[in-house]
Design a protein around this ligand. Structure first.
Ligand SMILES: [Zn+2]
Length: 242
């Protein structure tokens, strides 16, 4: 029942032909997918599954599948609550076209890459993050004072710097030998597949990440630090938006 995660090789792929492998109480399992399942702070994709006859199943969310032996790539596609009629048609081995809500995903890609840039501007451990369609929120474990205007200026300079963004893979053993690459305390690198994906922002940042990103920082566009607050003694909460 394993899913081929096409978004890890090409985050810009918006649709693919798929085969339904199971439909259960968790949702719809497909043999491959362009839908990103909630994880690493990034929200799960929404979109559609379309039958050859034009029937559409609206997908509201994508999650990691839970079953014995599931890998981090195994995804379940969760139908919107009012999709019962279309869902009743869906059966194992059906061929459908899976297509993500690209406008939503692209905003998340831009914000996710920006949140990695923040790690370069503010090199503190990340104690939680959330990448949504409208904003990215990062909790930084530090007591250091953070100057909002300065952070915003540095972030936008990196964005305008047009740095290439690429992925590379290392083995689980190589990852274990390089703990300094991990910035996020609450999100473990996506291990368990024998290899770990690293996201490199040329000349700026390198860290494990299974998320979807833009190809060049220029695509992010100008961002602002919407909020910077002291949550308690330690985490500084930073909210980025467009
Ligand atoms: Zn990431």
């Amino acid at each position: 029942m394993s899913t081929r995660a096409l978004f890890r090789e090409d985050a810009y792929r918006t649709r693919c032909d798929v085969t339904v492998t199971a439909v259960d109480e968790q949702g719809i399992h497909l043999d491959q997918t362009v839908f990103y399942p909630l994880g690493g702070g990034q929200a799960g994709d929404a979109g559609t599954l379309t039958f050859a006859d034009g029937t559409v199943v609206a997908i509201a969310d994508t999650r990691k599948a839970k079953f014995e032996g599931a890998t981090p790539d195994d995804a379940i596609h969760v139908a919107a609550p009012d999709q019962d009629a279309a869902l009743a048609k869906l059966a194992v081995d059906d061929r459908v076209v899976a297509e993500i809500d690209w406008a939503q995903r692209y905003r998340r890609m831009r914000l996710h890459t920006a949140s990695h840039l923040i790690c370069a501007v503010l090199p503190y451990p990340v104690d939680g993050c959330s990448i949504t369609t409208d904003y990215a929120r990062l909790d930084l474990a530090t007591v250091e004072p953070i100057e909002r205007d300065e952070v915003e200026a540095k972030l936008n300079a990196l964005i305008r710097g047009a740095h290439a963004v690429d992925t590379e893979w290392i083995t689980d053993d190589e990852m274990a030998a390089r703990p300094e690459l991990v910035r996020t305390m609450s999100v473990k690198p996506p291990m368990g597949l024998g290899r770990v994906r690293l996201l490199r922002i040329e000349g700026v940042d390198l860290q494990p990440c299974g998320g979807t990103h833009v190809r060049n920082t220029e695509e992010i566009g100008t961002l602002r630090i919407e909020k910077l607050e002291k949550k308690s003694a330690r985490p500084r909460r930073l909210v980025l938006d467009f």
